[in-house]
Ligand binder design. Sequence first.
Ligand code: PEP
Ligand code: MG
Length: 325
Amino acid sequence: QRAEWRKLRDQPTITMDGVHVELAANIGTPNDITGVLENGGEGVGLYRTEFLYMGRDKLPSEDIQYNAYKTVLEKMEGKPVVVRTLDIGGDKELPYLSLPKEMNPFLGFRAIRLCLDRKDIFRTQLRALLRASIYGNLRIMFPMIATLGEFREAKAILLEEKDKLITEGVTVSDSIQLGIMVEIPSTAVMADQFAKEVDFFSIGTNDLIQYTMAADRMNENVSYLYQPYNPAILRLIKMVIDAAHREGRWVGMCGEMAGDETAIPLLIGLGLDEFSMSATSILPARSQITKLSRAKMQQVAAQALELQTAEEVVELVQGGLIYLW
Ligand code: PEP
Ligand code: MG
């Protein structure tokens, strides 16, 4: 098996019936790139920039950030790199920001909500990203977008910083794609409207599942409700992918579900374009996908969407695969 995976390392990911999908990696620091390349990653689908802000006693300067982003872009040699802007709050704290204690941190002041309030923090990160953009194929993604208003405001700030840099004589790439994470149900439901304004979506199932099922992803007592295969989740994913494709946008997934062996056949069937996962999952996923037919998985996915429970979906996929592969 390992020999087969090694052979797949430098190959594209193509289904039996010729559909190409992209397998990218989730990273937390520039050091992670070595593992991405060793495991045949075709890009970075999620760079969690929080780690730049954690483990220090003050905000990282624009130059510290610029160097990190530049390093990642250079090491990826023109392959796409999706950088997510700061997603702090919720379970991730920054001692030096002294944020208020909240009753429901996962429903509170985090990610883009915080960035749109603390615009100084947000603008510094955007400037660092824009300056680094000429060193590779940068894509910028905003986390925890719940409304079109938030996206428009964040985009306007990005464009302001870009204009300022250009006025200062700094070169900025003019082909930076701008996307959002779809991890809040309101955004999944409104995906048709968002698709008119974004370049891409990346579905964050870790949060999308917790918010759709109203089940804290950290709380063991309700973990039975944390159901990736619940038809409700699959229907939301389908809505997002269909809405994006109608507008000619691509859709990725960067939650844990993207690397899950049982989910992958369904996601292929639903038409997902990019899968972003931990680097070590990439070759097993590539091996699995090259043995699947998109046309057949479309039928499996269509059946799954009409089932009633997560257990039935798992049974359908795991039972069906024996003869479908
Ligand atoms: C997600 O919510 O699915 C995601 C990828 O983001 P994080 O796990 O960092 O919240
Ligand atoms: Mg998330």
